[in-house]
Design a protein around this ligand. Structure first.
Ligand code: BG6
Length: 462
């Protein structure tokens, strides 16, 4: 593989709610991840641990950043936890200890030569906003969020260059964890979908403008969980199912972010489902203004998807979907399919549609790593990253994709979105199990040394 561009942002990404612990320390309040009642992933045992300690990143971040430095990271993505900086959520009160904590984290990264990439709203809405308002279902929460972002942006303007407004915004319609909202009784799936889409994309737009107002030089990105959707076969109904799934689940939020309005396929779908509410003109104005200020599109990529027809548009968008298990791909223990080629497809699709710089801000594999004689030999993780880095190298070098960087999921182990310890993603092992905190020691895995070498060689030694 030829060397990657010199300014390519190699590194990794963390979700702080999943890593920090210290969950009621220094004024933090509980958030929707802390209180989430976890349904185990299909086919696995109930495994959720509590979030009170997680990986103890709250107390060990300096050690964790030192290990990132040792790997040669150019950038590290992390999230500023809303319930730590604004524990009340709706009262405008800033928790100075929370702000100071992130300020020191940013300063420590910069001193280590690591560019901080800050994410906002990553499963961290104060739980009180969920209980009192039903999260982003309520319009008022959009402004609470915008105020939170404005405070953060003002505080860290000039220190932080790269921003991500909302983690995996296209999953917000799933509700609780991502948007702090449940579908109220009597509200149709389509109406709930529209309301959450509108409010979260408006929140994104307000965040873009707040960051831009604080720092004209900032680089601001909108983020989705992205999977290209393949048709199960070339039967027309499968092609239709894949195409519509792709539009409504993958393109929709990027379409709105880049234009400031709903695309025709979504407007039509809503009308067909009896949702006729018009977007308020002042919201469209804000969203259009924000679209002009958007610098890049960020994505997490874990796997591709596949779709099989026949399926109606409403089923695809709001109900059971048209999902199909691709028989050509291997999966990890949790059933997540492994498809490096899909990453190249994804980068090409997004480039062709949006013509904007792209930034991979999550990519990795969950594995039940075993500590044997003090070592973790995680060859499957190395194979996963190697294949995905090759695919993105082809996208840059052979297809002309403008890619800013690659942030692997994750620098060190922390809890999965299902609060699972056993599903590990890190280059560094954290010595704990679900019930036994042990010593929480940090132990570099084999992949740590491999990734260090990849970065050192500008991606030529895979
Ligand atoms: C992404 C999230 O959806 O996937 C992360 O942004 C999450 O927070 C990651 O950890 C991997 O998913 P999981 O469920 O294995 O943790």
């Amino acid at each position: 593989m030829k060397p990657f561009p010199k300014n390519f942002l190699w590194g990794a990404a963390t979700s702080n709610v999943q890593a920090e612990g210290g969950y009621l320390e220094d004024g933090k309040s509980l958030n929707v991840y802390d209180t989430l009642e976890v349904q185990p992933e299909i086919g696995t045992e109930p495994v959720a641990s509590d979030t009170s300690v997680a990986s103890d990143h709250y107390h060990r971040y300096k050690e964790d950043i030192a290990l990132m430095k040792e790997m040669g990271f150019k950038a590290n993505r992390f999230s500023i936890v809303w319930s730590r900086t604004h524990p009340g959520g709706d009262d405008g009160v800033v928790n100075e200890k929370g702000m100071a904590y992130y300020e020191d984290m940013i300063d420590t990264m910069k001193a280590a030569g690591i560019e901080p990439v800050v994410s906002l709203v990553h499963f961290d809405m104060p739980d009180s906003l969920y209980r009192k308002y039903n999260g982003f279902y309520d319009r008022r929460v959009v402004d609470f969020y915008a105020d939170h972002v404005a405070d953060i942006a003002k505080r860290f303007a000039g220190k932080v260059k790269y921003w991500i407004t909302y983690n995996e915004i296209n999953l917000a319609t799933w509700g609780h964890l991502v948007a702090g909202a449940d579908r109220p009784e009597g509200v149709s799936e389509a109406a709930f979908h529209e309301r959450i889409t509108h409010h979260t994309l408006l929140a994104h737009a307000k965040a873009v403008l707040a960051i831009r107002a604080a720092d004209p030089e900032a680089k601001i990105g909108g983020m989705e969980a992205y999977s290209p959707i393949y048709p199960a076969t070339c039967a027309p109904e499968d092609i239709f199912a894949a195409d519509f799934t792709q539009k409504v689940k993958q393109y929709l939020c990027y379409d709105i972010m880049t234009t400031g309005d709903y695309p025709a396929y979504y407007k039509t779908l809503l009308k067909e489902e009896g949702v006729t509410s018009e977007l308020p003109a002042e919201d469209i104005e804000v969203m259009k203004e924000a679209a002009k200020e958007l610098d890049y599109l960020a994505l997490s990529y874990y796997s591709s998807g596949a779709a099989k027809g026949p399926a109606t548009k409403a089923d695809i968008a709001f109900r059971k979907g048209a999902g199909f298990a691709n028989p050509y791909l291997q999966a990890n223990e949790w059933g997540w399919k492994i498809d490096p080629q899909g990453l190249r497809v994804a980068l090409n699709q997004l480039t062709d549609r949006y013509h904007k710089p792209l930034f991979i801000v999550e990519n990795g594999i969950g594995l039940d790593d075993q500590l044997v004689d003090g070592k973790i030999i995680d060859d499957a993780r190395i194979a996963y990253h190697k294949a995905h880095i090759e695919a993105m190298g082809q996208a840059i070098q052979e297809d002309g994709v403008d890619l800013m960087g690659y942030l692997a999921w994750s620098p060190f182990d922390f809890l999965s979105s299902h609060k699972e310890v056993r599903k590990r993603y890190g280059f560094v092992y954290v010595n704990r199990t679900k019930d036994d905190l042990k010593d929480l020691a940090r132990i570099p895995k084999k992949s740590f040394y491999w990734y260090k070498n990849v970065i050192e060689s500008d991606g030529t030694k895979l």
